[in-house]
Design a protein around this ligand. Structure first.
Ligand SMILES: NC(=O)c1ccc[n+]([C@@H]2O[C@H](COP(=O)([O-])OP(=O)(O)OC[C@H]3O[C@@H](n4cnc5c(N)ncnc54)[C@H](OP(=O)(O)O)[C@@H]3O)[C@@H](O)[C@H]2O)c1
Length: 246
């Protein structure tokens, strides 16, 4: 192997759930601009076609999954460096048992299962493989609904559960993975057509804060969240560290 081959930079492989949604597509474009190899993870059957700003098709591999099928999905994520857990639903004005189960399963538990499964996957990598790659990352899109009203009780309950699980499990998982929490305010999408921020702006800010090294990534017009969210994560870290063991 010559010198050039030895020093060739590792091309990041990035997988994004909720890939056909507004933020999923915007983040895939952002990662493409950074030269990453893309895996789009969708629960829907429709093929995803993305184009860059200059109209060129963006190459991507598309994987299908349904919540509950996380083990089968994880088998296909062996080579992933960054897993972005972005899928979500908002069952506004509903409170049925079915809507409760769907909200908890899709918004909270499936992301938690994928987080645990991916952590187990990277733990199996050999020391040589670990040395050759950057530290694996999981980005988890919780929402400012973790700490703020979102005028949708099931959405708030499920996103708060996801945020709390992330705070608790990150005490162990952050040793092997870099965990980044995305705390986003309202942006326009099918999930929130009245969102005030354009999704492209949100994705650009997310990518920028990640490049700057932030693990707590906040994008919102609400200044309170920039104060309350760091305090909430610090409080949970203290509480969980004092009351639980590894
Ligand atoms: N919009 C906002 O104001 C806002 C604010 C804060 C946080 N967020 C969060 O940002 C994330 C992306 O939301 P978005 O606003 O971009 O909404 P979106 O356009 O509706 O995208 C959400 C995507 O989630 C996936 N999904 C939907 N039902 C699913 C199911 N049953 N199983 C698995 N995946 C499913 C779908 O993508 P596939 O068909 O590709 O699977 C869907 O396109 C969500 O987690 C949301 O909670 C949104």
């Amino acid at each position: 192997m010559d010198q050039q081959q030895q020093t060739a930079p590792h091309m990041l492989t990035v997988a994004v759930t909720g890939a056909s949604g507004a933020l999923g597509q915007a983040l895939l474009r952002g990662w493409h601009a950074r030269g990453a190899q893309l895996i789009a993870i969708s629960h829907s059957q429709a093929p995803l076609e993305l184009a860059s700003a200059d109209g060129q098709p963006i190459p991507l591999q598309q994987l299908r999954w349904q919540t509950g099928q996380e083990p089968a999905l994880l088998e296909q994520l062996q080579d992933v460096d960054v897993l972005v857990l972005n899928h979500g639903i908002n069952r506004q004005r509903e409170r049925s048992a079915e809507a409760t189960e769907a909200s908890l399963d899709i918004n909270a538990l499936s992301s938690w299962r994928l987080l645990e499964g991916f952590a187990a996957l990277v733990a199996q990598r050999s020391a040589a493989e670990r040395d050759a790659r950057p530290r694996p990352e999981v980005w988890i899109n919780t929402s400012e609904a973790e700490i703020e009203p979102a005028f949708s009780p099931l959405y708030e309950i499920s996103k708060r559960l996801l945020g709390q699980l992330l705070s608790l499990r990150s005490l162990d998982l952050a040793r092997a993975l870099r965990l980044r929490r995305l705390v986003l305010g309202p942006f326009r999408s099918a999930l929130n057509p009245a969102g005030v921020m354009p999704v492209g702006f949100v994705a650009d800010q997310v990518m920028l804060q990640a490049r700057l090294g932030c693990n707590l990534i906040i994008v919102t017009p609400n200044p309170l969240v920039y104060v309350l969210m760091p305090l909430a994560t610090l409080g949970r870290w203290l509480y969980n560290s004092l009351l639980t063991r590894t």
